[in-house]
Ligand binder design. Structure first.
Ligand code: DC
Length: 234
């Protein structure tokens, strides 16, 4: 076994980051940290406490006060907010839109950054998000930028919501994905962007197993000390 790596998976919503980080973490015996779920918890707590989504200072103190933990329930990852299982509550379309606003505040990002660094610093982790390879762990040994077309990402999100019994419109879901990505990419602090040394994978036409195989090749190459697929490559 090589040394324990920090693996960053960034990319827009619906590209398959959660599925792939889970598969990769399971394959390597690593811990999976879903940083989007952490921001989603802050947004849910803000709504429950009637905090104005434009009040960065109040949201920052709230974020710093929350206890967010991940637990495995069989194959499922459960998200615990102050001990309560909020795995479903954080994934409604309303909370998704709210999260995009909440995560734009610098004070919120600083509170989350501290927690994420604490969780990941020992290595042996797969972290997924928008700014892992650029801001949270720029020193990560393996960085992926997972992408897919907006239409495909919207379709996947729609299927996911449908499977959970939520009745949503396909076109509306695609539009929401696009709106959220535009906001996540345009924000001032830690916007969604590709690290220069990230390996880009376009997953539009690839299945989970194919993407996982590509990722495992890169991980193996890094463990062997080779740069392998170089950053910036398509
Ligand atoms: O990955 P996700 O769709 O669950 O993320 C929810 C929101 O959180 C998304 O709008 C972007 C934001 N986010 C972020 O700003 N930084 C991260 N590292 C992860 C997510």
């Amino acid at each position: 076994m090589g040394r324990e790596l920090i693996i960053a998976i960034d990319g827009p919503s619906g590209a398959g980051k959660s599925t792939l980080s889970k598969a990769l973490a399971e394959n390597l015996g690593y811990l999976q940290i879903n940083t989007g779920a952490m921001y989603r918890c802050v947004a849910l707590a803000a709504a429950r406490n009637n905090i104005d989504l434009d009040d960065g200072a109040a949201l920052g103190s709230l974020a710093a006060s929350l206890s967010i933990r991940f637990e495995r329930d069989g194959g499922d990852e459960r998200v615990l907010l102050d001990g309560e299982d909020v795995s479903e509550a954080i994934r409604t379309p309303e909370n998704s839109l709210r999260t995009s606003r909440v995560s734009a505040h610098l004070a919120v990002r600083q509170a989350m950054l501290e927690q994420q660094r604490r969780l990941g610093r020992e290595g042996g982790v797969v972290l997924e998000g928008r700014d892992i390879g650029t801001v949270v762990f720029p020193e990560a040994q393996v960085k992926f930028f997972l992408d897919a077309t907006a239409a495909e990402r919207g379709r996947r999100r729609w299927l996911e919501l449908k499977e959970k019994g939520l009745e949503v419109d396909l076109q509306q879901t695609i539009t929401e994905v696009e709106t959220r990505d535009a906001a996540d990419s345009a924000r001032e602090h830690a916007p969604l962007s590709r690290a220069e040394d990230a390996v880009t994978i376009d997953a539009t036409a690839l299945g989970v197993d194919e993407v996982l195989a590509l990722m495992l090749i890169t991980v193996q190459q890094r463990r062997n000390g080779s740069r392998g697929l170089s950053g910036g490559e398509k």
